[in-house]
Write a new protein. Structure first.
Length: 386
C-alpha cells in the first residue's frame, strides 16, 4: 500500500483538501499504475474528482515522478481569486498596471517556471481568462498585465475540477479548445465511497497521526467501528474522514479501542434534486408543513416592509445551513444545491470566513478567530422553522 501526504503546514488545519491518499482499493491501484505511466512525460493532465478526494496529492505525486521533481510545485485554487485580480495573479503585472500595483510582481506561471503548476478548480476561471490561459499554453510564454514583453515559460500544467467540464462547455461556461488542451491525459479520482478499500487504511493513518499529536499510545478500531466507517457515505471524502477521526480521538480520552458508539459521524445529508418542471408541485396545507410556515413568515416580513429582504433571507439561509453542517463547506454547498466556490464567496462576504494569504500557495479561507467588530443581526424577526 502506498501512502501520499501533504507537506506539513499550519494552514491545512482549516483546509478542505485531503491531506492523505492511499492506493489500497483495486480501483485506486489501477489509477496509480496509470498515473505512474504518464507522470514522466510533460503532457498536460486533467484530474477529475469531488472536493476532498486527493486531487492535489495526486498532482504532487505526478510531479515527484517527473524530471521536474527538484523544481517548484505550486498549487493555485482558481476559485479563490476575484475576477478583477485573477489575470494579475496568474500572469503577473508591472508597476502601475492598475490601482494598488505599487511594484512589479511575477505571476504563478513565472513562479513555477521549470516546474509544475497545479490549477485546482479550473472550471471556475472566467471565460476572458480562459482565452488568455489557452494562449499561454499554446505559445509557452506569458505577458504580464501592463507589459508587452513576452516571457518564455517551461511549465507543466496539471489542472483539476470537481465539475463535468463537458456540461460546462455545453452551457457555454468553458471553452472547448481549452478543455482539449488541458485534457491530454485524464485521471478520474473516484469519491471515497466508491473505493471502500481505502477507507480503513486512511482511518488507521489518521488515528496514528493524531494519536501522536495528542501524546497517546496506540489506538485500535474494533470490528463494529470498522463496519460503521465502511458503511458511511463520506460525501466530504477524505477530509471528512480525517475530521471524524480527529473528533473521535479528542472525545475518547481513555482506553486504546474505538467502538462504533465512539465515532461521531456527520449526519447523512440529502442529495439536492432539481425539480421536474413538468411535474405538478406537491402542495400541503397542514399547519406543521415547514414550507408553509416559511411562506407565512415571508408574508409577514413583506407586510412589514422589511428592508433588503432578499439579501437578509439569503444571508440567514446561508448562515443557518453553515451552522447546521457544523461549518463544513462541502456539506453546506451540497445541502443548498450550489457550488462550493459560490458558497465560499458568500461566506467571505458575510464575514463567516476570513481570507488569509500564505506564501507558496493560493489564498485560503478560514473561520475568523474573532470578528473585527460585532456584526449586527440582519433582522430581529425569528423565522421559527421546525
Amino acid at each position: 500500500m502506498q501512502l501520499l501526504t501533504l507537506p506539513p503546514s499550519p494552514a491545512l488545519a482549516t483546509s478542505i483538501r485531503a491531506t492523505a491518499l492511499v492506493f489500497s482499493d483495486p480501483q485506486s491501484q489501477r489509477l496509480l499504475a496509470h498515473t505512474e505511466q504518464v507522470a514522466p512525460s510533460d503532457a498536460s493532465v486533467l484530474i477529475i474528482g469531488e472536493t476532498g478526494t486527493g486531487k492535489e496529492l495526486l498532482a504532487r505525486h505526478i510531479h515527484a515522478l517527473s524530471h521536474r521533481a527538484h523544481k517548484p510545485f505550486l498549487a493555485v485554487n482558481c476559485g479563490a481569486f476575484s475576477e478583477s485580480l485573477v489575470e494579475a495573479e496568474l500572469f503577473g503585472h508591472e508597476k502601475g498596471a492598475f490601482t494598488g500595483a505599487v511594484s512589479a510582481k511575477a505571476g504563478w506561471f513565472e513562479e513555477a517556471n521549470g516546474g509544475t503548476l497545479f490549477l485546482d478548480e479550473i472550471g471556475d476561471l472566467p471565460l476572458s481568462i480562459q482565452v488568455k490561459l489557452l494562449r499561454v499554453l499554446q505559445e509557452r510564454e506569458v505577458v504580464r498585465l501592463g507589459s508587452r514583453r513576452p516571457i518564455g515559460l517551461d511549465v507543466r500544467v496539471i489542472a483539476a475540477t470537481n465539475v463535468q467540464l463537458e456540461q460546462a462547455i455545453a452551457a457555454g461556461n468553458f471553452r472547448e479548445d481549452l478543455f482539449y488542451r488541458l485534457n491530454v491525459v485524464s485521471l478520474n479520482l473516484l469519491p471515497l465511497r466508491e473505493r471502500p478499500g481505502d477507507i480503513l487504511p486512511l482511518a488507521r493513518h489518521f488515528i496514528d497521526s493524531y494519536s501522536r499529536r495528542l501524546g497517546r499510545g496506540p489506538v485500535m478500531l474494533d470490528e463494529s467501528a470498522q463496519q460503521k466507517l465502511r458503511d458511511h457515505p463520506w460525501h466530504g471524502n477524505i477530509r471528512e474522514l480525517e475530521n471524524a477521526i480527529h473528533h473521535t480521538l479528542l472525545l475518547v480520552r481513555h482506553g486504546n479501542r474505538i467502538g462504533a458508539n465512539d465515532l461521531h459521524l456527520a449526519a447523512t445529508l440529502p442529495r439536492f434534486n432539481h425539480p421536474d418542471p413538468h411535474q405538478e408541485p406537491r402542495r400541503s396545507h397542514t399547519a406543521t408543513d415547514p414550507m408553509q410556515q416559511l411562506a407565512h413568515t415571508l408574508q409577514h416580513l413583506l407586510e412589514h416592509g422589511t428592508p433588503d429582504l432578499h439579501e437578509a433571507v439569503n444571508a440567514t439561509l446561508l448562515r443557518t445551513a453553515y451552522q447546521f453542517c457544523h461549518h463544513n463547506q462541502v456539506h453546506t454547498a451540497d445541502l443548498l444545491g450550489i457550488s462550493r466556490n459560490v458558497l465560499r464567496s458568500r461566506l467571505i462576504e458575510l464575514g463567516e470566513l476570513v481570507v488569509n494569504r500564505r506564501v507558496g500557495n493560493a489564498p485560503t479561507a478560514s473561520a475568523p478567530s474573532r470578528p473585527a467588530e460585532p456584526r449586527k443581526p440582519l433582522h430581529p424577526v425569528a423565522l421559527g422553522w421546525n
